[in-house]
Write a protein that binds this ligand. Sequence first.
Ligand code: NAP
Length: 352
Amino acid sequence: MMIQTSVTEEAMSNNAAEPLPTSTRAWSLVSRPEGRPTTDDVALQVLALPDLQDGQILVENEYLSVDPYMRGRMSDKKSYMPPFDVGAPMDGPAIGRVLASRSDDFAVGDHVFHVLGWREHAVLDADTAFPVDPDAAPLPAYLGVLGIPGLTAYVGIERFAEISGGETVYVSGAAGAVGSVAGQIAKIRGAERVIGSAGSDEKVRELVEVFGFDAAFNYKTAPIADQLAELAPDGVDVVFDNVGGEAMEAGIGALRVHARFVLAGMLSQYNDEAVVGPRNLWHLSITRSRILAFMVSEEMDLRDRFLREASGWIAEGTLRHRETIREGFDGMFDAFLAMMRGENTGKMVVRV
Ligand code: NAP
C-alpha cells in the first residue's frame, strides 16, 4: 500500500500557478480472478499522495497502458513478476506530465514514462522515470511502438529470430501491439514473406493493407495449422508466437529445418482457460529447430539502439503503428477487459 501523507508546501512551491493534488484515485485488486476477470475483481480507491522527497517527482498521468501480462499479476501463481497484492493499487506503464519536481533531472511540464500506472497521479523517484519527447512522437506511441511492446518485438526479431534473406516468418497475435511491430521488423530485417494471424477479418485486412504483411488469416474461422499450411506450403523459418496453445502447436508443426520458434507470450492461456498443445514437440528434433523464450526486462541493453532505429523507421514510413485509445480513467478496467477480448488494433491505451 502507498504511504498516506500529503504533498509538502515545498513541493507546492514548484508550481504555484496550479494547486497540487494531495490525493489520487487508483485501481486496486479486490479479489483474484478465476478465469476471465470481471469488474467485481477490482475497485477504485482514493490514496493520499506521499510527501515529495528529494529526488522525487509528482506526475499527473495522461496515458495508461493495459497489457496482457497484468492478467498474470492478478493471480498468485509463480511467475517472472510478483503478483499484485489484493487490496493494494495495481501498477503498470504510464505516460504523465511532471506537476512538481525535487529532482534536477525533470522540470515541471516535462513528460515522463514510468511504471506507476493504474492511477491518476503518482509520486515517484525521478531515477525510475524516463524522459519522453511529445514533439518527436504522439504520447501514446511511447506505450506502444516506442515503448515496451515495440522493444519486445525488436528484441525477439533482432536477438532471437536470426532472420536471413528469403525466409518465411509467421507471427501470431499479429494485429496487437507486439505482433504488428514484430511482423514489420521481420520484413525490415530481410524476411521474404511474413504471415500473420488475428481474430477478425478487419484485422486480417489491416495486417496486409496497413502493416505490410504478405498474407494473413483469421484464426477463428478455421484451424490455424490448415490456414498456415495453405499460406506457407513449404513451412516457415521463424515463428514469433504471442499466443501459445493452438497457434504454438501449428507454428511448431510448420517449422522447416533449423528454424527458430521465438516465444514472446502465451496470451491464449492467461485466463486459465483449457490449455491446448503442443503435442508435436518431436517436430523440433526432426527439424533441429529451437524454441527461444525471452523477457524484455533482461534485454534492456538493446533499448537505445531500438529507439534510434524505430524512430528512423517511423519517420521514413517503414514502420507503421496504431493505438486504440479508450477515453477516461473510470473505464480503464473495461479497456483492459476489451484488450483481452481483442477489441484493440495495435496498442490499447487509456487516456486519463
Ligand atoms: P495485444 O496483442 O496488443 O493484445 C492482446 C490481443 O490478444 C488481443 O488484441 C487479441 O487479438 C489477442 N487474443 C486474445 N485472446 C486470444 C486467444 N485466445 N487467442 C489468440 N489471440 C488472442 O497484446 P501485446 O501487449 O501486444 O502482447 C502480446 C504478447 O506479447 C502477449 O503474450 C504478452 O504477454 C507478450 N509480451 C511479452 C513480453 C516479453 O518480454 N516476452 C513483453 C511484452 C509482451 P485477436 O483479435 O487477434 O484475438
